[in-house]
Design a protein around this ligand. Structure first.
Ligand code: NAD
Length: 496
């Protein structure tokens, strides 16, 4: 058991899931420490929001440089706390840096004041809208992508002019500390990004602390607790929840490419990806070829503690119980394991499992497994695949494999998800201009892109009177003839 200790000493100790070796040790932030961090952030937020946009951009680009220059050190730390291969961690840092760069360089253009048409009744007004920062944003992160995921909120919140108090997962505390230290090294003495450490209690304290917005990434169960706490103070929340993503293989798909993408999506990062591939629907004509090749690919993969392994152990050992339960449920109810089976879940690591003939109400299909398992189902056609994909309570993302890209885009519109990759896995996450987020149990609100910048801003509308209106209707002294004109306009302009 390599879970962190949150002991009577009030310390959090994070460990390497491969070896059990200690990686980081930090004091747990209680209510008082959490509130103090938010008070500090409030001062910093004033300074930060008052900077000219170009100055903010420059600081954020320096922050980007700091992270990029120290990316090997950061990747090694990610690997140590999560157990994922260092190369995967480097990719994660790369993605985070690309988003930070985009947020920094696009915030001014996307959020600045712009004029909007003032309309018939407002002909004497100049109407403008501008996206102003909230103030202090609380960010609560998960452990599976401890840099990329929280930075999806942190980068966009900072670029929009907010200060951030970040509570990383209790499993990836040292990574959280690294991010705050990198900011402090970039811009000393300006606590625009702070980190507080702790588990659920500290997260709940952050929800209660008076932050102006809370961005949560984690499971649907915790999301409900976060919303309940935030509801007491009407603190607005963004929820990036889990997923049960579908991967659809159409009749005209390139099967080798589909197998490659599905295997990486299902088994990469030990299956611990919110938008990982958990369900595959293959059109019947291509099913045999697909499952045969996927099974061969899966058999060649190995999870383990060593550097040669394709993926690491489960970061959170408790997850192995859920993975085992889903496999058992499927097999008990008539499913077959083409690769692996009940014995694939070891003490620290799960080996690849490919399940077929799984009843559609089995937990392996309905619940997030978060392990290196995948359920493959044959369907009559893509219409059936889309219907089945849409039965999930989650709605994070999906993938469609078809040689006809415009058909892929049309099919994508019928999927009840926040994002869709056509002919690839997860590619949308690497495009910083694209918003990311889900619906249903996958949450709401968006990070990334212009929508992500606006998610961390409050739109402020200003109507400035340039000259006295020909008819002043908002006065006790309005004229009867003006009301006659209003009545005429109502009938003739809008009553047609
Ligand atoms: P989790 O829900 O257990 O914990 C997430 C965070 O919430 C942690 O920092 C935890 O300490 C904190 N927390 C726990 N209880 C809390 C409470 N009562 N109030 C406030 N905070 C509390 O999730 P996890 O196991 O860390 O991460 C895995 C989950 O995250 C999976 O479901 C995965 O799909 C999801 N995820 C989603 C995305 C996305 O962008 N949609 C990205 C990565 C992970």
């Amino acid at each position: 058991m390599t879970a962190p200790s949150n002991t009577a000493t009030g310390e959090l100790i994070s460990t390497d899931p491969r070896t059990g070796a200690e990686v980081g040790r930090f004091p747990v932030a209680d209510d008082a420490a959490t509130t103090a961090a938010v008070v500090t952030a409030r001062d910093a937020a004033q300074w930060w929001a008052g900077l000219p946009p170009k100055a903010r951009r420059n600081w954020l680009l320096r922050f980007r440089g700091e992270l990029a220059r120290n990316s090997e050190e950061l990747a090694t730390l990610i690997s140590a706390e999560t157990g994922k291969p260092v190369d995967d961690a480097v990719l994660e840092v790369m993605l985070a840096v690309v988003h930070l760069d985009w947020a920094a360089t696009h915030a001014e253009k996307e959020l600045r004041r712009r004029a909007v048409p003032s309309g018939l009744l407002g002909a004497n007004l100049t109407a403008t809208v501008e996206y102003r920062p909230f103030g202090v944003v609380g960010v609560i992160g998960p452990w599976n992508y401890p840099v990329f995921t929280p930075m999806g909120s942190i980068s966009y919140a900072l670029a929009a002019g907010n200060a951030v108090v970040f509570k990383p997962s209790e499993l990836t505390t040292a990574v959280g500390r690294f991010l705050a230290d990198a900011w402090a090294a970039t811009c000393p003495g300006t606590p625009v990004l702070q980190v507080i450490q702790g588990g659920g209690e500290t997260g709940a304290a952050l929800c209660r602390s008076g932050v102006d917005k809370l961005a949560f990434t984690g499971s649907a169960v915790t999301a409900r607790a976060v919303m309940t706490t935030c509801a007491r103070t009407l603190t607005p929340v963004t929820i990036e929840g889990g997923g049960k993503d579908a991967f659809i293989v159409a009749d005209d798909a390139d099967i080798d490419a589909a197998v490659d993408a599905a295997a990486f999506g299902a088994f990469g990062n030990a299956g611990q990806t919110c938008a990982g591939v958990e369900r595959v629907y293959v059109v019947a004509d291509r099913y045999e070829e697909f499952v045969e090749k996927l099974a061969a690919k899966a058999r060649a993969l190995r999870g383990g503690d060593d550097e040669a392994a394709d993926y690491g152990p489960a970061t959170m050992p408790e997850q192995l119980t859920i993975i085992r339960r889903h496999i058992d449920d499927a097999l008990d109810r008539g499913a077959r394991a083409l690769v692996g089976g009940r014995d694939s879940v070891g003490a620290t690591t799960a080996q690849p499992v490919v399940l077929v003939d799984v009843p559609h109400d089995s937990t392996a299909v309905t619940e997030e497994t978060f392990g290196p398992t995948v359920v493959v189902t044959a369907v009559a056609d893509v219409d059936e695949a889309i219907d089945l994909a849409n039965t999930s309570s989650f709605g994070l993302s999906a993938a469609i494999m078809t040689r006809d890209v415009s058909r892929g885009r049309e099919l994508a519109r019928r999927l009840r998800t926040g994002s869709v990759a056509v002919n690839s896995f997860l590619s949308f996450a690497s495009v910083p201009a694209l918003p990311f987020g889900g619906l249903g149990d996958s949450g709401f609100g968006r990070i990334h892109g212009a929508d992500g910048l606006r998610e961390f801003s409050r739109p402020q509308a200003v109507a400035a009177q340039r000259f006295k209106p020909p008819m002043n209707l908002l006065t006790f002294d309005r004229k009867a003839r003006d009301m006659t004109t209003v009545r005429m306009m109502l009938r003739h302009v809008y009553g047609r």
